[in-house]
Each structure stands twice: as C-alpha cells, then as structure tokens.
Design a protein around this ligand. Sequence first.
Ligand code: FNR
Length: 381
Amino acid sequence: MRAASVSDYRELARRRLPNIFFEYIDGGSYAEETLARNVRDLELIALRQRVLRDMSQLDMTVETLGQTLSMPVGLAPVGMAGMYGRRGEVQASKAATAAGLPFCLSTVGVCSVEEVAAKAAPPWFQLYMLKDRGYMKALLGRARDAGCPVLVFTVDLPVPGARYRDVRSGFTGSSGLSGALNTAWDGLTHPGWMWNVWAQGRPHSLGNVEGAVQQQGRRVTDFLAWIARNFDRSVTWADLDWVRENWDGPIVIKGVLDVDDAREVVRVGAQGLVVSNHGGRQLDGVRSSISALPRIADAVGADLEVFMDGGVRSGLDVLKALALGAKACFVGRPWAWALGAGGEAAITRMLGTLRSELAVAMILTGCNSVREAGRELLDLD
Ligand code: FNR
C-alpha cells in the first residue's frame, strides 16, 4: 500500500511494528475517551469555504521563539522512538530539520541529546522531572551544551495514566516465561523490524536517562513502573524558579488544559505553553485539546506563544487549530506511525502531505497567511 494520508501511515505501522510497540503508540489511557475526543472534536469543526479571492500567494511561515518555521507544525516529543525505527529520533530530527520544522526530543528518547544534535540538528529538548535533581541539573547542562534552543517542560505526567492496551499486549506488567515468549514471538513475527531496529540499533537503552536508570542497577524493563518510581510528583509552580536557574533559553510548559493554569504559566515567566492532554494518554475524561484551546488563547495569547497538540491528523486540522488561536501545532502519533512505516523518508512524505493539505485548506478558506488565520475561517454556527 502507498500511504496517502496520515491514517495510512498508521495502517503501515500496524503491519510493520511488533504489536507491543504499535499498541503503545496508538493507545490512550483507560477507556480512551479523551483520545477519541481529540480527533473527533477537530473533525467536527467546519471550515468556511470562500471563493474568488486571489490565492496565488501563500505564506505558511511563522516566527516563534527566535526561529522561522516553514509551516506551523512541529514534531512532538515521543518516548522511545528508537524502538519504532533504527535510531528513530535521529531519523525524525533529520526529516524535521530538512522540512524547516522543529523536532522535540523526549527525555525518554532512545537516542541521546548529544547523538541527535551531532547527527541531525540540536532539537528542542523535552524535560520530565525526575526526583534526582542532581541528575536533572546535569541533563539540562547536556541539553544546553548540545545547543538545544528551547526547553519544553512537560507537566501532565506526575504519574503515568493507566494504559490498558499495554497490559493486554504484554508491554507492561508481563513477566516470567509467558511474558518472554510473548515478546520473542512478537519480534520473530516481524523480521523486518528485528533486522532494522533490534539487530542493528542497540535500542534497549534510553540515552538521556541511561545514567539514572543504571544508578538503580537495572535497565528499563518495565518502562511505566520505572516512571512511577522516578518521576517527581511533588513538583509545583515554584519549581519553575529551579528550572529557570538551570536553563537560559525559552521555556514552554507542555500539558496545560485549564485557563487558570495558563495564567500561572505567564506568572512564572515561561515563554510558551502547549495546550495538551498528552494525546489522551493521561487523565481520560478531560476535554479535547482543540476544545480547550480558544479560551486559553483568549486569556494568554497576547503574553505567550500558544501551541496545541492532540488529534491533529491533517493540514486541515492544523488550519482549524490556528483559527482557534494556536501559533503552531505539534503532531505525536503521526510521526511515530510514519517512522514505524518507513523511517525518515516516510516522515518526510507525511510532512509533505500535511503541507499540501494545509495549502489547499488555506486556498479554499481565503487565508493567504497563516499569521492572519482567525475564527473567520470557521463556520461556527
Ligand atoms: C507521547 N507524548 C509524550 N510527551 C512528552 O512530553 N514526552 C514523552 O516522552 C512523550 N511520549 C509519548 C509517546 C507516545 C508513543 C505518544 C503517542 C505520545 C505525548 C506527545 O508529545 C503529544 O502530546 C501527543 O502525542 C499529541 O497527540 P497526538 O498527535 O498523538 O494525537
């Protein structure tokens, strides 16, 4: 099958990846209500078709945090991407950089920040706060030394949401002989992945936090349990002072859904926020990102760069988010699926698809510049 749309990359990833990784990428928490809402609420928004308005010139570029993006899209941090494609974070970063877009490296990426910076370009760096502050300080120093321009501090994962698909697939909680056999069978029935990723990639370590894992004398054999033990849930807004002391550049707070929290982001002096529910992977039952966006953008859009992620599956969705107040959107699963489907080349094609879809949406809504996108692009009755 040749992939045309983002959902086609999902289907290809489903065929090519071991089941445990496909389900890990694809799934959400609990009943996956919020995951479904993210996608559905975007689908339900109607664009407003306009005609005969000289659409010969289109400007898709946006300026944000000292950078020019070739379109208002970035690659969201996705943990363990090196399991979905060989040195997956490097491949994704190369594709994003060539497309003129930011790639945000997860704290729990397989490739370290040094490897991504050396082989592709310095990524935006996503921070999860581990309890060991000495380790975190050193990690922020590593990100700074690698040249990362922006810190994205994810605040909606003090504890991992229960992901039932991971239990069913055996990704978490399975142990003993049956667990080992299940995992081995999953790998053996996907020989392309075994050869491409497992045999060649040393994918089983997490480059940025390997030291923290090793200090415990074990590897990450049960990822979510490791998170539960090591992530710091005592963090408060006051800890932003600590982050600021250890990071000179722009800070973006990721995982805000509430207007009062958005105002706190302004108060603590961060430069941006990502309206996000972690792709429906954390607290199931919360509202979709797109439905939370307008009131947050209205409240703090003049003071902060407001980004959003969650459920963006096309360039049409990107324009809807811009119309409701986002400066740019991030995509998570779309690039993880494309990586699993066909590596860097597939991510490049997927980004090309988003770009041409965005162009069509702009032309047929009469929007010449993404910087001017507003609610007049939508049919809101
Ligand atoms: C994520 N997300 C995420 N966020 C983060 O800040 N750090 C991380 O390590 C991860 N890891 C991760 C793994 C996987 C497999 C997924 C799907 C997501 C959340 C991610 O950055 C983003 O918020 C969502 O993916 C956005 O929703 P969509 O685009 O996947 O619908």
